[in-house]
Design a protein around this ligand. Structure first.
Ligand SMILES: Cc1cc2nc3c(=O)[nH]c(=O)nc-3n(C[C@H](O)[C@H](O)[C@H](O)COP(=O)(O)OP(=O)(O)OC[C@H]3O[C@@H](n4cnc5c(N)ncnc54)[C@H](O)[C@@H]3O)c2cc1C
Ligand code: SF4
Length: 326
C-alpha cells in the first residue's frame, strides 16, 4: 500500500508549528513517531495535504522533574524513554509499566507519549485497506453511514486502544494543548469524548505539547495488565491499570482504569473508592473486578469476542489489585 502524496512541514519552533496548524487546519495531520499515522495513511484512512513533523521542536522533548516531585513530560518523548526513566519507574511506576507493554522495542523507540494519548480508535471494520473498506460499503467512522458492529445505531464504537492513558488516568495526569491562540491545560480524564469517531477534544488547529504528573500521585504502587493476541507486539484488546497507596494495613487510596474495551480509556471511580479504607483480600479484589467488568462495553471491534474481553477485565482487575496490594 503506497502513501498518498503530501507536503512535509518540519518546524523547529512551537510557534511555527501552531502557525502551520492554524493556516492549514482541516488539511493537515500531526506526525510524532508516525508508528500509527503512517500505516493509517497507507490504508488511506487519512489523506492530508500537509503533514506536520514535530521532531525538530526541542521544547517538546525531555522529562523534567519539578521541585515538588511532580513531572513534566514533553509530548515527543519516546515510550522507551518513559519506560527506562529511573525517576518514573521509581515514583510513577504504573506509567513506566504500561509504556513497556506497547508494541515492540523498535516501535517504542519511535512511538511517543503524545501519539499514544492521541491514538485513533480501532475497529476490525476500520483498520483495513481502502479496497477492503470499499468492499464492505465503508462505515460511519470513515466515508459511510452505517455501523457494522452495532447496525441500526448512529454511533461509532471503535475502541480506544492506547496503553499509557489508563495509567495516566490513575495518576490524575493533565495535558497541555497549544494553538496559535495560546495554551490551555486540562485533566486527561476530560480529553476523551466516549465517541469512537470524534474520540478526543482536540481542534484541528491544536496539538498536545506536555503531560503533567502531579506530585500527589507519586509513589503509588502501580500495576498494568494487558490482553493481546501476540505477546511480543500487539495493541491491547483489554487493559487494566491500578495505582494504590497503602497506609497502616489498609488502602489509603486506589485508582483503577481500563483501556481497549470502550471508545475511551475509562477511570472506574467506584471500583477504586470501594477499596479505600479496607485491607485487600481475594473477595475484595474480585468485587473490584466485577465493577470494572460491568463498566466495560466491549463490542465486536476486535479479533477476540466481547465476552472474553469483558471477562479478562474482571480477571485482570482482580490480579492487578492483588499485585498492587502485595
Ligand atoms: C505493529 C504495531 C503494534 C502496536 N501496538 C501498540 C500497543 O501495544 N499499544 C499501543 O498503545 N499502541 C500500539 N501501537 C500504536 C502506536 O505505535 C503507539 O500508540 C504510539 O505511541 C503512537 O505514537 P506515535 O508518536 O508513533 O504517534 P503517531 O503515529 O505519530 O500519531 C498517532 C496519532 O496521534 C496524532 N498525534 C501524535 N502526536 C500528537 C500531538 N503531540 N498532538 C496532537 N496529535 C498528535 C497523530 O496526528 C495521529 O493521529 C502499535 C502500532 C503498530 C504499528
Ligand atoms: S464501530 Fe462501527 S462505525 Fe465504528 S469503525 Fe467499527 S464498524 Fe465503523
Amino acid at each position: 500500500m503506497s502513501l498518498p502524496q503530501f507536503k512535509l512541514l518540519r518546524p523547529h519552533a512551537l510557534a511555527d508549528a501552531v502557525g502551520y496548524l492554524a493556516q492549514y487546519a482541516g488539511n493537515i495531520r500531526v506526525l510524532a513517531g508516525g508508528t500509527d499515522l503512517i500505516p493509517s495513511m497507507r490504508q488511506k484512512l487519512f489523506e492530508p495535504e500537509y503533514v506536520l513533523d514535530l521532531h525538530g521542536i526541542k521544547e517538546l522533548h525531555g522529562i523534567r522533574v519539578q521541585e515538588n516531585g511532580g513531572v513534566e513530560v514533553g509530548a515527543l518523548n519516546a515510550l522507551s524513554a518513559i519506560e527506562k526513566s529511573t525517576y518514573l519507574r521509581e515514583h510513577f511506576s504504573v506509567l513506566a509499566e504500561a509504556a513497556a507493554t506497547v508494541a515492540s522495542p523498535v516501535i517504542r523507540n519511535m512511538g511517543t507519549i503524545g501519539g499514544n494519548i492521541c491514538l485513533d480508535t480501532r475497529c476490525l471494520w476500520y483498520n483495513q485497506s481502502l479496497a477492503w473498506r470499499k468492499g464492505c460499503g465503508f462505515c460511519i467512522k470513515k466515508d459511510g453511514d452505517l455501523c457494522h458492529v452495532a447496525p441500526g445505531g448512529t454511533k461509532c464504537w471503535a475502541a480506544f486502544s492506547g496503553d499509557t492513558p489508563p495509567a495516566l488516568l490513575c495518576l490524575n495526569a493533565e495535558i497541555e494543548i497549544a494553538s496559535a491562540k495560546g495554551a490551555r491545560r486540562m485533566g486527561l480524564r476530560d480529553f476523551y469524548t466516549g465517541d469512537g469517531q470524534n474520540y478526543r477534544k482536540l481542534l484541528p488547529n491544536e496539538l498536545v505539547t506536555r503531560v503533567f504528573l502531579p506530585a500527589e500521585s507519586a509513589d503509588y504502587r502501580g500495576v498494568y495488565r494487558k490482553l493481546r493476541v501476540r505477546g511480543s507486539i500487539d495493541y491491547p484488546l483489554a487493559g487494566v491499570a491500578v495505582a494504590m497507596k497503602r497506609s497502616n494495613g489498609h488502602v489509603a487510596d486506589a485508582r483503577i482504569a481500563m483501556t481497549a474495551v470502550n471508545p475511551a480509556p475509562v477511570l472506574v471511580k467506584s471500583a477504586g473508592e470501594m477499596l479505600a479504607g479496607k485491607a485487600v483480600d481475594e473477595a475484595l479484589a474480585e468485587a473490584a473486578g466485577d465493577i470494572a467488568a460491568r463498566t466495560a462495553k466491549p463490542l465486536t471491534t476486535s479479533a477476540l469476542t466481547p465476552e472474553y474481553r469483558r471477562e479478562m477485565i474482571r480477571v485482570f482487575t482482580k490480579r492487578a489489585v492483588l499485585a498492587a496490594w502485595n
